[in-house]
Design a protein. Structure first.
Length: 280
């Protein structure tokens, strides 16, 4: 099927990202988001193992030594382990505990007060970023329907990304919040590209203008997704201790794929409806 033929039947395609967004909301409602140490408090450490020990043995060893049952082994390969402890562990006590078993490569402990303040700041950051983005879009286009289409596409992008985080167990952290903010900017960029090509240009038909915008948009998306996949693979196989980079790559891959659907199915569909019939 030619892309021109597919684009003539655009109205049913609007429902695709909407349905996926609703599913993402349902996943979020059921599973919620796993907060990182930065936002819920606790300790995260990366260990270089000095002797053979299984994942279960390491977990039991730390729980017994710190008198806690809240220990999670996030990664365990290449003689390295990333461990999350649900409480704020004393650095000296933990160092003594691991003496002879593992070398501590990194160690970060966050208290409950600091983590609560960080979570509050994260919420405000996302709200204000989306608010200022919405105001900017309305100022640029000064037209209700195209502006709402851009905002809905960006909102759908963020919700699907958050739903993917919940589904795949990607923790909400300061790093992943940064990735979500990047997605807001990227989504608005592609949506403005599409909206400007459709509304401002006069040469060719609406379909021709849309296809021209899609060529640019798909090139951008392919380059961005490709670079994030490369980052994910490199971290997964060569730098397993850099879990933060892996989380950023995972969030951006999900969000970039969601942006393709939200921009080129929902936003484009709304704009075509508006141009071809809705504005009359």
């Amino acid at each position: 099927m030619k892309i021109e033929t597919l684009m003539e039947s655009y109205k049913p395609l609007i429902a695709v990202p909407i349905i996926i967004t609703i599913i993402a909301l349902a996943i979020l409602a059921v599973n919620g988001l796993n907060e990182s140490v930065d936002l819920k408090g606790g300790t995260i450490t990366t260990l270089q193992l000095q002797k053979p020990i299984s994942q279960d043995e390491l977990k039991s060893f730390i729980e017994t030594g710190l008198n806690t049952s809240d220990v999670t082994i996030n990664s365990f390969n290449n003689n390295q382990a990333t461990v999350t402890i649900g409480t704020e562990a004393d650095a000296n006590t933990f160092t003594s505990l691991m003496n002879g078993t593992a070398t501590i490569l990194s160690y970060r402990s966050v208290g409950a007060v600091l983590s609560s303040a960080a979570l509050t700041q994260v919420i405000y950051t996302l709200i204000f970023a989306f608010l200022f983005m919405s105001v900017t879009v309305f100022i640029v286009f000064r037209n209700f329907v195209p502006s709402i289409a851009v905002i809905l596409a960006a909102l759908s992008d963020i919700i699907i990304a958050a739903g993917g985080m919940s589904l795949f167990g990607i923790p909400l952290s300061l790093a992943s919040v940064g990735a979500l903010l990047l997605l807001i900017g990227y989504s608005v960029d592609t949506d403005i590209l599409l909206t400007t090509r459709i509304l401002k240009r006069r040469e060719g038909t609406i379909t021709e203008r849309a296809i021209n915008a899609m060529k640019t948009g798909f090139t951008m998306a392919a380059a961005a997704i490709g670079s994030m996949v490369a980052l994910y693979v490199i971290v997964l196989f060569f730098i397993p201790s850099a879990a933060t980079l892996q989380n950023i790559a995972e969030v951006l891959i999900i969000g970039l794929v969601a942006d393709v659907l939200a921009t080129w199915l929902m936003n484009l569909g709304i704009l075509r409806w508006y141009m071809e019939g809705g504005r009359r």
